[in-house]
Ligand binder design. Sequence first.
Ligand code: FES
Length: 82
Amino acid sequence: MKPRRKYIFICNGKDCKKNDSKSFSSSLKQAVSIAPLKGNFKLVKTKCMDCCKSGPIAVYNNQLVKKGDTDKLIQFLMKDLL
Ligand code: FES
């Protein structure tokens, strides 16, 4: 049986949109479409998650990634794959 994909929640609320959550989510989408991350994660857009001042934000595995820090999030993902 194929293992399930893990979810990455990306805020798509008003304030995060103002802070360019679109480019954050598109860079993440690109990152998870390349090996070795490919097929292991699913991006889910959410409404406001009440951390607007730190936006754009993402939540993965109960860890909050602030300020659109794509590198930090990819580090979490890679760590989880090992
Ligand atoms: S708009 Fe993203 S946390 Fe509020």
